[in-house]
Design a protein around this ligand. Structure first.
Ligand code: PLP
Length: 394
């Protein structure tokens, strides 16, 4: 609606389509199809001569509102809402490659994302090189004349490493490759990959965008030309569309995104500092702390810290399990970005499918825990962790 609105205002009002009833809260349009006034109207709609919806797999009003709100927040030109974050990642990558093409990806990826580039794409004749994405020299060395996609996540799961997005985009532009950024951990509030030169941004809306743990969703954002030339037909004919019901819940989630993420980030910053001073903690990795190994890149490309903290305990797996089991408020769960604080032991859950060697490369040890801070009172979370650390043998 207005380009001058700031994010908190966009997230409450942008993209709203009101019906003849003038409802305050966005309506849910649970319909598979749409009817036409007459044959000529149907013909014109199918020819693309008139605006309007054709079939819910292609687009529908509630999804359209969600997409418009995300477009405004991200500063993109167009978007497609998908059934899950993985539907978004798979579509964003597969829609633009063909047999004989090459993908370069940072190896520190969400497990299923790594499957898409490392295992799935090669089945269709698309080769993939996985690298340590922290060093730009590795991206440069991995590029080939047939490299079409460069894929990364920053900060990464679970060790919160970062990748220099502008640096990767510069390399990609030299050979006409497209940079796809999975921006889940940074949230759309703290990092703008498109402004940094990336070509496509994907989210699991399941995480902070909804943030209340009820439904899955995803979204792909880019410029109009990329969507028209790559995603448009793929999306229509392979069917990863989001359910209108989920779009309706996600629209509500977007209204409170800045409030939740601000509270979660303030909490995380305090908890990270608290944990860093604890005897039984070997290391705390937090993008808001000065001792983050890549603080210079964070200062260049992020405008906020993170709602997540990576913790390494001195006592290994036994200590990590003891801490998790002694927590009362913080729940053991592999989700993140939720209103509830959640903790997970990556080596035995989210990253259990990796080889020991691959886990070691990513810095995941038996003592590694990933904490996703919720919106509870920070003092209660610190109390919970204090109590649980006391249960860990020294
Ligand atoms: C959760 C997550 C995904 C996958 O999203 P789903 O909604 O679970 O399909 C992809 N990337 C990252 C970084 C995630 O955290």
């Amino acid at each position: 609606m207005s380009k001058t609105w700031r994010p908190a205002t966009q997230l409450v009002h942008e993209g709203t389509l009101r019906s003849q009833y003038g409802e305050t809260s966005e309506a849910i349009y649970l319909t598979q199809g749409f009817v036409y006034e007459n044959s000529a109207a149907a013909e014109a709609r199918f020819k693309g001569e008139t605006d309007g919806f054709i079939y819910a797999r292609y687009g529908s009003p509630t999804n359209d509102m969600f997409e418009k709100r995300m477009i405004a927040l991200e500063g993109a030109e167009d978007a497609r809402a998908t059934a899950s974050g993985m539907a978004a990642v798979a579509a964003a990558i597969l829609c633009q490659v063909k047999a004989g093409d090459h993908i370069v990806a940072a190896r520190a990826l969400f497990g299923s994302c790594r499957y898409v580039v490392e295992t799935l794409a090669p089945k269709y004749g698309v080769e993939c090189t996985l690298i340590d994405g922290r060093d730009l020299a590795n991206w440069e060395a991995a590029i080939r004349p047939n490299t079409k996609v460069m894929f990364l996540e920053s900060p990464t799961n679970p060790t919160l490493e970062v990748v220099d997005i502008a640096g990767v985009a510069k390399l990609a532009n030299q050979i006409g490759a497209k940079v796809v950024v999975d921006n889940v951990f940074a949230t759309p509030l703290f990092q703008k990959p498109l402004e940094l030169g990336a070509h496509v941004v994907v989210y699991s809306a399941t995480k902070h965008i909804y943030g209340q743990g009820r439904c899955l969703g995803g979204v792909i954002l880019s410029d109009k030309q990329w969507i028209d030339e790559n995603l448009h037909d793929y999306f229509r004919h392979t069917g990863p569309a989001m359910s209108p019901f989920n779009a309706w819940t996600l629209l509500k989630g977007l209204e409170t995104l800045p409030l939740r993420v601000r509270q979660q980030t303030e909490s995380a910053a305090r908890i990270a500092d608290f944990l860093a001073g604890e005897q039984k903690v070997a290391k705390v990795i937090y993008p808001g702390r000065k001792d983050h190994p890549q603080a210079d890149i964070i200062a260049k490309q992020m405008t906020g810290g993170s709602t997540l903290i990576c913790i390494e305990l001195k006592g290994g797996k036994d200590a990590a399990f003891a801490l998790q089991d002694a927590l009362e408020i913080i729940k053991i769960s592999n989700n993140l970005g939720d209103a509830k604080s959640l903790i997970t032991h990556p080596a035995t859950t989210t990253h259990k499918n990796l080889t020991d060697e691959a886990r070691a490369e990513l810095g995941i040890s038996g003592g590694t825990l990933r904490l996703s801070c919720g919106i509870e009172d920070t003092d209660d979370l610190v109390d919970d962790l204090t109590r649980a650390l006391a249960a860990v043998s020294a």
